[in-house]
Ligand binder design. Structure first.
Ligand SMILES: [Zn+2]
Length: 656
């Protein structure tokens, strides 16, 4: 499906002229992407998705009083496309938004189908969110996510759908032969565990395998266009987008959005992308030197000035017309076309298993006494609303955002500059939908054998209303200011009392809202979720529709890695597995079974989709979901090559 000039020319000739084709092959070799030294076609794109900057509830803290009233800095969608010449291709989009939305994904895919037919579809397109809690809300379809925005917000939705479409179009138009490199490294000071008591309930033997109680590793892929040189990078690192607090009212990409802007500004200042551009060590040293940056992110992130430059240049080129009218539209066209043709450096900072990871690294303190909060409950004298995490810029949240963003940026830059492992191998993908409200799962039984257990519909516990130390008291249904809203009145009157079976299934969590069984005026929570894997050579991206905690993410990555590397072909021996959280749709938190017993915020809200007393993250399920794509249950002990063979990357995708 690639526009190879070779194919175009050859197809027009008859068999008797075949010798001419051979000649043409020789002549046209240089213009065929398939004949490039580089193994892939790579394309980058980005587009604004800032949305309505006033009078719209912000997504993340579920705080009805957090209403947008301006812009800290603008939001973007950033995309890469990687294709094998004449082979498969994948698209990954990273949004400066709280999370992906099923409805947004569906609409984007519709638009891509209208433009490109079947080239881009649900199988090979992944759309992920950075988890900023400072973007406009109302763009998800499930009731529970749009309660505080008082329903669906068309403006929020439209700008995100449009921005994703445009950045994919741009990436598609930029597809050129290029190379991709991967690099990994630890970033120690950009995240802490905000539910350490739950983490400690994981088996000691398992915990002893890890130095930290959060993942410190950042994985980065670097894109190098054959002609333009470096054109961008995407990285995955786990830390919440909660440097900006629940009382902030300025639209912001939080720490990851800031990091992306820092890196793109750095690239622009260093003349990227252009042919032959090389990153110098001097450039990096200079960056470290200037780390004493101004306090406000907005003052150190200039708006792109290309348009202004172009206008000035264009205006100065015109002389007096002697009364002849100038065509304004042609000027606009010239500026726009020059913008579109200008290659951009695109750098995305993507979210990973951030479920229990806070960027407020100084710890949690009581705002009344200044003392540390209670370790197990994150309370101050029994009150959760007084306990807040402190970012490194405390008490200035803009400064905290800048510092955590800057730390991620500098680590990404180090990895970018030193990346030397080239990605090689096939481009592939798997995607399926699973109904998590009625999965049957094999888990170990207390008697030493195994038993089949069944999941149940989603429900939300009381702890969800208590929020976290990044946003205490979130989702306060007691707020009086929603009583007058007809939408909220309607849904409130339809609240459901959970049945005995559901209560037992969700135990030990007391059910606040039985969301999985609430269907009026439409579904409150998703039960059927998309599960997807993207493969680019030795890089494997697990696209999951929620926030995995640190240990849950480790279990999933390890399970997938073990399955793939047990393949006797050795194809996956040097594999890198990253977990891309909050992708394609949103189903809240996913914890380990042990963490669930502690009933922190993450586990009390987890069961929006994932059931309570069943260990959905059992490796057997992980293998089932991510290697097989479906209901065929994996073995109790994971993984086995028997299943790997059936789920081989080269095998046709199996829908169940
Ligand atoms: Zn979160």
């Amino acid at each position: 499906m690639e526009p190879s000039c070779l194919r175009y020319h050859v197809s027009g000739f008859g068999s008797r002229m075949i010798w001419l084709c051979f000649l043409l092959v020789l002549v046209l070799q240089s213009c065929s992407p398939a004949l490039s030294d580089s193994p892939y076609l790579v394309g980058m794109g980005s587009y604004d998705i800032t949305g309505p900057a006033a009078d719209v509830n912000m997504m993340g803290y579920a705080n009805a009083e957090q209403i947008a009233s301006g812009i800290h800095f603008r939001l973007k969608a950033r995309a890469f496309i990687v294709a094998e010449p004449n082979g498969k291709r994948v698209v990954f989009v990273n949004l400066d938004a709280c999370m992906a939305s099923q409805l947004v994904t569906i609409k984007v895919l519709e638009r891509l189908k209208a433009r490109y037919g079947d080239l881009y579809n649900e199988n090979n397109v992944a759309i992920s969110g950075i988890h900023t809690h400072a973007g406009p809300g109302g763009y998800l379809q499930y009731v529970v996510y749009i309660v505080t925005s008082l329903g669906f917000v068309r403006q929020s939705f439209d700008v995100i759908v449009n921005g994703i479409e445009q950045c994919i179009v741009e990436a598609h138009n930029n597809l050129h032969p290029g190379k991709i490199y991967v690099n990994k490294g630890d970033l120690l000071d950009a995240g802490v565990n905000r539910s350490p008591s739950a983490y400690l309930n994981n088996p000691a033997e398992e915990r002893s395998k890890y130095q930290y109680n959060v993942d410190k590793e950042m994985t980065l892929i670097k894109f190098v266009d054959d002609e333009l040189g470096p054109v961008g990078s995407f990285n995955w690192f786990a830390t919440h987008g909660t440097s900006m607090s629940r009382t902030n009212s300025l639209i912001s990409g939080d720490n990851k959005g800031a990091a992306a802007r820092f890196m793109e500004d750095w690239a622009e200042q260093n003349g990227m992308p252009k042919q032959g551009a090389h990153v110098t060590k001097d450039g990096l040293e200079y960056l470290h030197k200037i780390s004493g940056l101004p306090r406000r992110v907005s003052s150190i992130i200039p708006e792109p000035n290309e348009i202004t430059d172009d206008l000035v240049q264009l205006a100065s080129s015109y002389e007096a017309s002697g009364g002849r009218r100038l065509s304004g539209s042609s000027i606009t066209r010239r500026i726009r076309s020059s913008q579109q043709n200008k290659p951009k450096f695109v750098s995305a900072f993507c979210q990973s298993n951030c479920g229990d990871v806070s960027p407020n690294v100084l710890g949690t303190f009581c705002i009344d006494t200044g003392l540390p909060c209670d370790f197990n409950h994150s309370t101050c004298n029994g009150k959760n609303e007084l306990c807040y995490g402190r970012g490194p810029g405390y008490p200035d949240e803009f400064e905290s955002t800048r510092i955590i963003g800057n730390r991620q940026f500098l680590k990404a830059l180090d990895l970018f500059n030193s990346a030397s492992e080239e990605i090689q191998g096939r481009v592939d993908y798997r995607h399926t939908y699973l109904d998590f409200s009625q999965l049957e799962v094999n888990v170990p039984s207390s008697t030493g054998g195994e038993q089949v257990v069944k999941t149940c519909p989603a429900a939300m516990g009381f702890a969800f209303a208590a929020g976290t130390t990044d946003g205490p008291g979130a989702f306060d249904f007691e707020q009086g200011d929603v009583k007058g809203n007809p939408f909220w009145r309607l849904v409130r009157n339809l609240l459901k009392t959970p049945g005995k079976e559901q209560v037992e299934c969700q135990a030990p969590k007391p059910i606040l809202l039985d969301t999985g069984e609430m269907k009026e005026p439409y579904d409150w929570a998703p039960s059927i979720l998309p599960i997807q894997i993207i493969r680019i050579g030795q890089m494997v991206i697990l696209c999951v529709p929620g926030e995995f905690t640190t240990m849950a993410g480790r279990r999933l990555r390890d399970a997938v890695k073990e399955v793939l590397t047990s393949d006797s072909s050795g194809e996956f021996n040097d594999i890198h597995v990253v977990l891309a959280g909050l992708t394609n749709t949103y189903s809240q938190y996913i914890t380990t079974f042990e963490e669930y017993q502690i009933q922190r915020y993450e586990v009390w809200s987890i069961d929006i989709v994932w059931p309570s007393h069943l260990e959905c993250l059992h490796p057997g399920v992980s293998e089932t979901c991510y290697s097989h794509g479906c209901k065929q249950r994996g073995p109790n002990k994971f993984p086995t090559s028997r299943y790997v063979g059936q789920a081989n990357w080269t095998a046709p995708r199996r829908h169940v």
